[in-house]
Design a protein around this ligand. Structure first.
Ligand code: FEO
Length: 404
């Protein structure tokens, strides 16, 4: 891997992590990820963000191909989560920068995460402009995109937006630009990333998009801190449009059935619910939580507005992967869902009600009664499951029709 010039004297100098699958320790990244950081050479040499601690060597190698790291004057920390700041202590020690810029909340994170004794930290406010020679940088706070400290850096003359977590995707590749990558792969990765990381902050996304529009900022390049860079007018518009779509969460005519079976009875119920959806012409995804991760459920929800949960009852509870799934999905606050719940039981059978209650807490429109079946579904039970699938499909059609 080599550094890549995005525009004159603006370089990608980050790291590609082909190995990572457990992203941020709560989501899956099936295609790996990158930690992007950017070097700008002007009267001042500026490094925007750093990389995860284990990728320090790769970043320094890339920087060294452009300039001696000791020549870095400024470091800008748009966000202090360790995938972007883990290498900060070592690079600060190496290059002894004149200044380290971050937001007010960034300073709080920085000083708590690291021993910053003697670091030349300078806090910038929302809208602060900084001249680095022939270029001006404007810092815009984007609180909660992804942490309270988050901000973006806009290089005015070059019209480059260094956007940190916003507009990212988890793709490890030798490509650096979105226009080099298969469009379907890119969009799927954008959806998985947004729905597993950014989704709860959708109101802030809409606010930020409006603000960018109101400010009349021209953007030639969007350079996120994960994945591929958007450098053509079509791609910049592509990612902005999709972010609006993701954030709006309008109802979509597709369902996700996420289930966890112990001895295959709940799996049979899941298939029968799917048959009911099929009969109504509603597409669906079946996610078996014994085989797939809860972040796969969120990736599927990017295209779906019904969530049907199924689990056998074990020790008076849904099974553990289902419990993890509920915790993950609920925290990400998906909107506009139709919900339903089902599952087998041997003696007590609390799981369907617990799952239905969780869906109510997610503000889903829950249809039907929680459906439970003793041990192994018989023909009558499977007919009830199909009927539940039909009911979900009809409620979803109504929801989608009402929003059209
Ligand atoms: Fe990529 Fe919020 O860190």
């Amino acid at each position: 891997m080599r550094p890549v010039e995005l525009k004159k004297d603006i370089y990608w100098v980050g790291a590609v992590d082909f190995d990572i699958r457990n992203f941020h320790h709560y989501s899956r990244a099936p295609e790996g990820s990158t930690y992007n950081c950017y070097l700008v050479r002007d009267e001042k040499t500026v490094l925007f963000d750093t990389v995860d601690a284990h990728s320090y060597g790769e970043m320094v190698k890339h920087i060294s191909e452009i300039v001696e790291p000791e020549k870095i004057d400024y470091i800008v920390c748009n966000h202090l989560e360790p995938d972007h700041s883990g290498a900060l202590p070592r690079i600060v020690k190496l290059c002894r920068p004149e200044k380290i810029f971050c937001s007010v909340m960034g300073q709080k994170s920085m000083t708590n995460l690291y021993d910053t004794t003697g670091w030349p930290i300078e806090v910038v406010k929302d809208g602060t402009r900084l001249s680095i020679g022939s270029r001006n940088i404007t810092f815009l706070e984007t609180r909660m995109l992804h942490w309270p400290d988050s901000m973006v850096s806009y290089l005015e003359e070059d019209k480059v937006l260094i956007s940190n977590d916003a507009f990212g995707q988890n793709i490890a590749s030798s490509f650096r630009f979105a226009d080099e990558c298969d469009r379907g792969q890119l969009l799927a990765s954008m959806k998985r990333y947004y729905y597993n990381i950014v989704l709860p902050y959708s109101p802030q996304v809409l606010k930020t998009l409006k603000r960018v529009q109101d400010l009349g900022i021209a953007i030639d390049v969007i350079a996120p801190d994960h994945g591929l860079i958007f450098r053509t007018p079509e791609d910049v518009q592509f990612v902005l449009d999709w972010y609006r779509t993701f954030a709006e969460q309008k109802p979509k005519l597709r369902a996700v059935i996420a289930y966890e079976s112990m001895w295959n009875g709940t799996a049979k119920m899941a298939e029968a619910v799917a048959d009911g959806l099929d009969a109504e012409g509603v597409p669906y995804a079946l996610v078996n939580l014994q085989q797939q991760h809860c972040s796969d459920v969120m990736a599927e929800l990017a295209d779906s507005s019904a969530l049907v949960l199924g689990s056998a009852t074990r020790n008076n509870m849904p099974m553990v992967n289902m419990m993890a799934c509920i915790a993950h999905v609920k925290g990400l606050r998906p909107q506009n869902l139709v919900g339903a719940a089902f599952g087998t039981y041997g003696w007590s059978g609390e799981a369907p009600k617990i799952m239905a209650d969780a869906l109510v807490e997610m503000k889903a429109d829950v249809v039907g009664e929680p459906l439970k079946c003793y041990f192994n579904p018989n023909a009558d039970d499977l007919a009830k499951c199909r009927a539940l699938g039909v009911e979900v499909a009809r409620a979803l059609k109504e929801k989608c029709g009402a929003s059209a």
